[in-house]
Design a protein around this ligand. Structure first.
Ligand SMILES: C[S@@+](CC[C@H](N)C(=O)[O-])C[C@H]1O[C@@H](n2cnc3c(N)ncnc32)[C@H](O)[C@@H]1O
Length: 269
């Protein structure tokens, strides 16, 4: 086994990374092997990077069987089901940060969106569970991608339980940027995460997507909770990524998130 295979195998053997996309592990490991002094340092750096882009969002290991049982008990009672969805979304930092603004987030941003057939949630985390708050009809399809097989499996079970048409899959969107034509793509708090792995990952993803609309957002509080001028920084970063694209942009600012709804003028009809 060569050095790269050994490193990938060692990462995937750690309980924390058992379910993570092997494609992403390999991608990060190749880069770290090239710049670190030895394989021990490369292993440590690979794990650190994977923690930054994925592991850090879990305060504790999620018991998905228990979360599903919680949802199953509540199904059929709208208020109880929404309460259960909120409890489960609280288990991933990114959706937890959105809970205080959940009632207004999708309702405000998507208020004037024409009907869409499909929504692709790129790096979805547990955001599929926000479906009851999204203003879509029963015919709209949800497609969710993330790097954790156990998490996307669970979101798939949620969709079935909630009667939502859709599918989820493990996908490293740096190695495999999605290009399936859809009505709306959600890129929620994702772009800075991808840029931490590879500088060119964001423009490549934006070039690949085929959507009528994009909803792009940024956190306005760090994982530690402090603000540190994040709105101004992310706004400037968004402008740089938007530069030269034929986009019609609307801006929305919430207590914990900065969002841009983009109509892709040169995208699919
Ligand atoms: C800040 S969280 C955002 C989650 C979700 N979009 C939301 O706003 O609630 C970043 C997400 O990106 C996922 N992720 C990180 N790198 C990825 C990659 N290369 N491909 C797909 N998903 C990735 C993580 O697992 C995590 O769920």
């Amino acid at each position: 086994m060569d050095e790269l295979e050994k490193l990938v195998t060692a990462v995937l053997a750690a309980p924390k990374y058992r379910y993570i996309s092997p494609a992403l592990v390999r991608r990060v490991a190749v880069r770290e092997l090239a710049v670190r002094r030895n394989s021990k340092e490369a292993l440590k750096a690979t794990k650190n990077k994977l923690h930054q882009v994925g592991g850090a969002y879990f305060a504790a290991k999620i018991d998905y069987a228990r979360a599903l049982a919680d949802l199953q008990t509540a199904v059929g009672d709208d208020a109880a089901f929404r309460a259960a969805c909120r409890r489960v979304m609280g288990l991933h930092t990114s959706t937890r940060e959105r809970l205080p603004i959940l009632e207004e987030f999708y309702a405000t941003i998507l208020a004037d969106l024409p009907p869409v057939q499909s929504v692709m949630d790129v790096a979805c985390g547990l955001n599929g569970l926000a479906w009851p708050w999204m203003p879509f009809g029963p015919d709209t399809q949800y497609i969710g991608y993330d790097i954790y097989a156990d998490m996307v499996g669970f979101v798939g079970e949620f969709l079935a339980l909630a009667g939502v048409r859709g599918e989820t899959a493990v996908r490293d969107v740096i190695s495999e940027p999605p290009n399936r034509p859809v009505g709306l793509v959600l890129l929620l708090k994702l772009l800075p995460v991808l840029a931490q792995v590879e500088e060119t990952a964001v423009p490549r993803l934006l070039d690949s997507l085929q959507a009528k609309y994009l909803l792009i957002s940024f956190p306005t509080a760090s994982l530690g909770g402090r603000k540190k001028g994040m709105v101004a920084n992310y706004e400037a970063q968004f402008q740089a990524w938007a530069d030269g694209r034929n986009w019609d942009v609307q801006r929305f600012e919430f207590a914990t998130e900065l969002a841009f709804l983009v109509r892709c003028c040169s995208g699919i009809a």
